[in-house]
Design a protein around this ligand. Structure first.
Ligand SMILES: *Cc1c(COP(=O)(O)O)cnc(C)c1O
Length: 341
């Protein structure tokens, strides 16, 4: 398919309408077979479940061009599984994994002209989501649901290299113990908006949330998991039932252990011990890793030895190895790269 006339290196991270999107409907206890549509708009009843009680969950993944010119996605099976977990927690029907992957294939193929070329730094961001669509006024799960998947080209997350960011310890909580922090629900984001606007007004890039029960342990930021590197090069990530299981973070921990030969640890991480780490990074699909140079805890600055100019050396190796695997420059573990074209 002919590439669209887009200035790939200068697009931002925003919504650009593409040609086709996928829609499947759940009614009378079953999903239909789904299809592509040209229509980017959704018409629903004023009382739709999603509009009243926020019954919605989503995913995020990327398609991109590899070094040898193929269009691929990264571990879409894990996005399919996570969407099933989110749906179950929100009393929504599960979309079968095969249908999810087939939808990814269809959407990417139909919009192949929007997949940025190799080396541009840009990617095609894919947004799958599901919501309750029939009228619901008494509090209960909807009976009918719609699953959609659209895509939009997004620019390189870091224009001109990844500069370390400054994050603050938030006074707001993201997720309660036994709550919904471990699923990708829109509701987790709605309640984080005030905290992020406030953080930006105060000059911080992001909020890092503590565990809501004791407010002593590091959880994650609003949309990214966190990893630390110890002074003796061990890669540590917090363990908690209220953290969203990031596919990027799980992949980075695997890369650290099996590609870089580093020791890895998933355990409770106390705010008190953060000052002893050498490096820190946020991980998620959008940026892979955003290096953190500084965490501010109520005026007290925790500055990582890696500084505010560049990624720490271990973070950088992790970043280069995972992006190398994604882009086809380094051999991937079995099943990680899903080739579409
Ligand atoms: C989506 C998300 C992440 C990142 O997950 P990836 O699968 O790596 O993109 C991290 N934290 C939260 C809260 C998220 O919603």
């Amino acid at each position: 398919m002919e590439k669209k006339n887009i200035d790939w290196s200068n697009i931002g991270f925003g919504y650009v309408q593409t040609d086709k999107r996928y829609v499947a409907n759940y009614k009378d206890g079953a999903w239909d077979k789904g299809a592509l549509t040209d229509d980017p708009n959704i018409v629903m009843n004023e009382c739709a479940g999603v509009l009243q009680y926020a019954q919605t969950c989503f995913e995020g993944l990327k398609a991109y061009t590899t070094e040898d010119g193929h269009i691929v996605t990264f571990r879409p099976d894990l996005n399919a599984e996570r969407l099933m977990d989110s749906a179950a927690r929100l009393e929504m029907p599960q979309l079968p994994k095969e249908q999810f992957i087939d939808a990814v294939d269809q959407v990417v193929k139909a919009n192949a002209g929007y997949v940025p070329p190799y080396g541009s730094g840009a990617t095609l961001y894919i947004r799958p989501y599901m919501f309750g669509i029939n009228p619901v006024i008494g509090v209960k799960p909807a009976d009918e649901y719609q699953f959609r998947m659209f895509c939009t080209p997004v620019g390189p997350y870091f224009k001109g290299g990844a500069k370390p960011i400054t994050i603050r310890v938030s006074d707001f909580d993201r997720a309660a113990p036994h709550g919904t922090g471990h699923v990708k629900a829109g509701l987790n984001y709605a309640m984080s908006l005030h905290a992020i606007v406030d953080a930006h007004q105060q000059g911080y890039d992001e909020n890092v949330y503590l565990d809501a029960a004791t407010r002593t342990k590091i959880e994650e930021t609003g949309g990214a998991n966190i990893i630390f590197v110890t002074k003796d090069n061990k890669v540590v990530t917090p363990k908690s039932d209220s953290i969203l299981p990031s596919i990027t973070r799980r992949s980075l921990m695997y890369v650290a252990e099996h590609y870089l030969g580093l020791e890895v640890e998933q355990r409770e991480v106390y705010l008190d011990e953060v000052k002893d780490f050498a490096e820190c990074g946020l991980c998620g699909t959008a940026a892979v890793i955003s290096p953190v140079g500084k965490i501010v805890d109520h005026g007290k600055e925790i500055c990582f030895p890696s500084g505010m100019e560049e990624m720490g050396p271990v973070t950088k190796k992790l970043y280069e190895t995972l992006t190398g695997i994604q882009m086809g420059r380094i051999e991937a573990p079995e099943g990680w790269i899903h080739r579409i074209l």
